[in-house]
Design a protein around this ligand. Structure first.
Ligand code: SAH
Length: 357
């Protein structure tokens, strides 16, 4: 049985022809009637996948302490926007705000801004944030964040933004699309026109027929907008995501349901659909006057440098053995390098603007 969204897309494609992977992703994630983020229960042990803030409060606490430090480095601008892109259930922001109560001046100056496209998740965020929800401004996109200094974070946001895919076919690069097979089911196809002007990664000349190259114009546009904002008003951005350090050829589009990889087309709207973030492209897109971008680091390097082990020690002090084991397991999941751990798979990039004018 096709999902309701697959049926909706089938009708659309039957009328107007194949759609790009970017259009397919946008529909799967945010279709108002059947989108994954608009209708499903994505996060947590009961959902389809677990994100770092849901693993342990330590993740958000460390980011909170990092943000407070950044704010002092910036000269304590007041007011400033404390923003998050794609906050999911709101857990990361809640943990950040709990830490922020330790620094009254920071807490007073912070104007909380959440960028969230899903009305359903906005309602969950309001619940998670409890009393803080009164202080939150919600926005559909980054453009509406107020013109003032900005500290912004994101976790697993950029991987959910739509990508385009290009396939090498008979020596030429063509756009990968979603069309219909003879029986009317969704199928991957290749666009008719050859694309002359896509910027290809190093080594592309050796690419073989069937190889796939991904670009994420929406992601890059978002990174560019944030960099411009930081350049104009000062501040810093911290982005954490599943991804790779260097631009490369390869297909990373993936659907996840019930904590396992699943079919991409047949689960339209009912599985999480993401791709790995190309951090080299993200860094390149984050350019504006006065901006500096740190070399990409692993999540484990970032968390350890910012006191994960010390925090775990304090949290576990005088607790039961069971609680201490739980904390140890969370440290391993967040900063370890096993196949199920996030430490090496997730990457971190920091974008900074120290205003001199
Ligand atoms: N940061 C959270 C959730 C990650 S899932 C966590 O770590 O648990 C991706 C989040 O981004 C969801 O909240 C989703 O609704 C939101 N999102 C996806 N695409 C978006 C878009 N184009 N604009 C705004 N929010 C978007």
């Amino acid at each position: 049985m096709p999902t309701p969204l697959a049926e909706k897309l089938r009708q659309r494609i039957a009328i107007s022809g194949p759609i790009t992977i970017a259009d397919f992703m946008t529909a799967c994630l945010l279709d108002p009637d059947h989108g994954y983020y608009t209708h499903q229960q994505p996060f947590g042990t009961k959902g389809d996948f677990i994100t770092a803030p849901e693993v342990s409060q330590m993740f958000g606490e460390i980011i909170g302490a990092w943000l407070i430090h950044q704010w002092h480095e910036l000269g304590c601008p007041a007011p400033f926007s404390l923003a998050e892109l794609g906050p999911g259930r709101g857990t990361l922001m809640r943990d950040i705000l709990r830490v922020a109560t330790l620094d009254d001046a920071f807490n007073q100056a912070a104007k909380i801004q959440l960028i969230e496209a899903s009305p359903r998740l906005r309602a969950i965020q309001a619940q998670t944030l409890g009393p803080w929800a009164q202080r939150v401004g919600w926005h559909d996109d980054f453009e509406h964040v107020p013109p003032q200094p900005l500290l912004i974070v994101s976790n697993e946001f950029f991987d959910a933004l739509p990508i385009r895919q290009f396939v090498k076919a008979q020596g030429q690069w063509r756009e990968r699309m979603v069309g219909l097979d003879d029986a009317g089911a969704l199928v991957f196809t290749i666009g008719e026109a050859a694309l002359a002007a896509i910027e290809l990664p190093p080594g592309h000349a050796q690419a073989e027929d069937g190889d796939i190259y991904e670009r994420a114009p929406t992601r890059e546009a978002m990174a560019g907008m944030i960099a411009n904002h930081l350049s104009d008003y000062g501040g810093a951005a911290l982005h954490i995501d599943y991804g790779h350090t260097k631009t490369a050829i390869g297909d990373t589009l993936q659907a996840v349901k019930n904590h396992a990889f699943t079919q991409i087309l047949s689960t339209a709207g009912e599985a999480d659909l993401t791709s790995h973030v190309d951090f080299e492209a993200l860094a390149k897109a984050s350019t504006a006057p006065g901006i500096s971008v740190t070399p990409v680091m692993t999540q484990s390097a970032f968390l350890l440098a910012n006191g994960l082990l010390e925090r775990a020690g304090r949290l576990g002090a005088n607790q039961s053995t069971a609680k201490q084991d739980e904390i140890r397991a969370a440290v391993q999941r967040l900063a370890g390098n096993g196949p199920d751990d996030m430490g090496d798979l997730f990457k971190v990039i920091i974008i900074n603007a120290r205003l001199t004018h």
